[in-house]
Design a protein around this ligand. Structure first.
Ligand code: PEP
Ligand code: MN
Length: 322
């Protein structure tokens, strides 16, 4: 349910109503727009039907949020969420470019990619230190050593670091090194992990699950928002279909669909979507044309030798040429 306050309502009104709601056992979330403050009350549907709230003088109207996701909805927050990381913004006018190897392998390779990303105007270096591999025998990532390489590359290039967290036991470690925490497609429905990253004070990039609907993606974002972390970036990275010429099928329509229903920023990962380097540039451009707030692109200094996802990784000159 949302409680829309009258224009000109002050902090005293907000506190008064929030306290009442909390006493009713509801969780209170504030959305302060330029003109109005909206109080989101989340909890037991029966309490939410309480009619007396509309009688408070500062209240303009009380409305149900009809969508299953509440805090992620445009009903709760009309303005786009703009997330600041360092001096970069995501969800505003800039296109946030995040690029780097699938996994961090060694310092020299990572640095050569990082330098190219920084020189061509990218803002973030991506690279997995903990890799979600389909086979337990495949390279699992360098762990802490990989995080240290990412931090060293940040130090040299000024790029911000985005890297994946797979296990809540690594939360403190990954938070120590990362500027954005990535939750991978395979963990989109790991609700206990989502709750943990909901409690931190760092932006979270939430990737769409392999076969997840847009509604399920937004419900997963809701888990993070409900714990108090408002800085959630969604990521479309393709979904599984019957098509075999591409690794997944890039759902470009997810961008305007998300934008119509949610205030959260959405970026696109064309690399995992198509699984083929030759298709990445056109899909990256298409994503931006469709309204994406950023791109997550795999780039490797020598794709033939990459420990994972070589076929979909751009060479450095291919990346700088886009
Ligand atoms: C990745 O970006 O490193 C990754 C593993 O992607 P996804 O979770 O989308 O498969
Ligand atoms: Mn990859």
């Amino acid at each position: 349910m949302i409680i829309v306050l009258k224009p000109g309502s002050d902090q005293k009104d907000i506190d008064y109503i929030s306290e009442k709601l909390e006493k009713m056992g509801l969780k209170v979330h504030l959305s302060k727009g330029e003109e109005r403050t909206i109080i989101g009350a989340i909890g037991d549907e029966r309490i939410l039907r309480e009619p007396s709230l509309a009688a408070y003088p500062a209240v303009e109207k009380v409305l149900p949020i009809l969508k299953p996701f509440k805090l992620a909805s445009r009903e709760f927050k009309q303005e786009n969420t703009v997330i600041s990381v360092g001096d970069v913004t995501i969800g505003g006018d800039e296109i946030a470019v995040m690029a780097g190897p699938c996994s961090v392998e060694n310092m020299d390779g990572l640095l050569s990619v990082a330098r190219a990303v920084a020189e061509s105007g990218g803002a973030f270096l991506r690279g997995g230190a903990f890799k979600p591999r389909s086979s337990p025998y495949a390279f699992q990532g360098l762990g802490k050593e990989g995080l240290e390489y990412l931090a060293a590359a940040r130090e040299e290039t000024g790029l911000l670091v985005i890297t994946e967290l797979m296990d809540p036991r690594d939360l403190d470690l990954v938070c120590k090194y990362a500027d954005i925490i990535q939750i991978g497609a395979r963990n989109m429905s790991n609700f206990s992990l989502l709750k943990e990253v909901g409690k931190i004070n760092k932006p979270v990039l939430l990737k769409r699950g392999l076969s997840a609907t847009i509604k399920e993606l937004l419900m997963s974002a809701e888990y993070i928002l409900d714990e108090g972390n408002k800085d959630v970036i969604l990521c479309e990275r393709g979904v599984r279909t019957f098509e075999t010429y591409t690794r997944n099928t890039l759902d470009l329509s997810a961008i305007p669909v998300v934008k119509s229903m949610s205030h959260l920023p959405i970026i696109v990962d064309p690399s995992h979507a198509v699984g083929r380097a030759d298709l990445v540039p056109s899909m990256a451009l298409a994503a931006v044309a469709a309204g994406a707030d950023g791109l997550l692109i795999e780039v490797h200094h020598n794709p033939e030798e990459a420990f994972c996802d070589g076929p979909q990784s751009l060479r450095i000159n291919e990346f700088t040429g886009i």
